[in-house]
Design a protein around this ligand. Structure first.
Ligand code: ADP
Ligand code: MG
Length: 227
């Protein structure tokens, strides 16, 4: 059984003359443990598709089944709880909380999932070490470089061991060196922890690292290639 099964999904924003057909019949299944790059030009529907996969938003028609649950059949509260447990999301805007340190930011999803304080801290420090950020544990986001913030955001997304991590153009504001570090971190997490990754990207380097590449064009799957 697939981790996530997207079937005949359509999504339109607005109506009449202002209608934008963001997704126009998407069929896509993602298996547990896959590392998928979602590529396609700006406006092709990448962010919309990630939002639907995470249950942040609904399709107009079609189905999104995640761990055997049809997301549209859940109430808003059930969806929020489901997402909290099963999904990690790195947004284009990182959304690190400015008043919390790197370690505290990473602890948030664990606190929400009832990890003990001790486990939160131990696991948070362990993740920071994997990412080469041990000496940054007590730094606030504004004291970190862009690349360091990206890595903290990625660590926060994996901290509670979700089944799926969605990253929306995570390297768009990174230089080559920082992008490489983030990619290696993600690739290692995929291999070692077995977490499923879907990364939307314009970046050829990311697309090449992934085992599978799904290309969107005008709201449709225009290519789906596994290595
Ligand atoms: P991508 O992430 O590939 O750049 P998006 O999923 O953000 O593409 O957008 C797909 C299309 O839907 C674009 O034409 C975009 O302008 C439109 N769109 C996205 N979000 C909204 C929204 N909230 N309201 C209206 N149109 C939107
Ligand atoms: Mg986008």
């Amino acid at each position: 059984m697939s981790l996530i099964n997207i079937h005949k999904v359509f999504k339109t924003y607005g109506s009449g003359h202002a209608a934008t057909h963001a997704l126009r019949g998407i069929d896509l299944s993602i298996e547990a443990g896959e590392f998928v790059a979602l590529s396609g030009s700006s406006g092709s529907g990448k962010t919309t598709l990630l939002n639907l996969a995470a249950g942040f938003d609904f399709a107009d028609s079609g189905s999104v089944v995640f761990l055997e649950r049809e997301l549209s059949s859940l109430t808003e509260k059930q969806r929020a709880l489901f997402r909290r447990k099963h999904v990690g999301f790195v947004f284009q805007m990182l959304n690190l909380l400015p008043t919390m340190t790197a370690l505290e930011n990473i602890q948030i999803p664990m606190a929400l999932n009832s990890f003990s304080r001790l486990d939160q801290k131990a696991r948070g420090l362990g993740l920071l070490e994997i990412a080469g950020l041990s000496d940054r544990a007590n730094s606030f986001p504004k004291e970190l470089s862009g690349g360091e913030q990206q890595r903290v955001a990625a660590l926060r997304a994996v901290a509670h061991s979700p089944d799926l991590i969605l990253l929306d153009e995570p390297t768009s504001c990174l230089d080559t060196e920082n992008a490489k570090v983030l990619l290696e971190l993600l690739s290692n997490l995929n291999k070692e922890v077995g977490v499923t990754l879907i990364i939307s990207t314009h970046d050829e380097r990311i697309a090449n690292l992934a085992q599978r590449r799904v290309i969107l064009r005008d709201g449709k799957v225009a290519g789906d290639v596994s290595e």
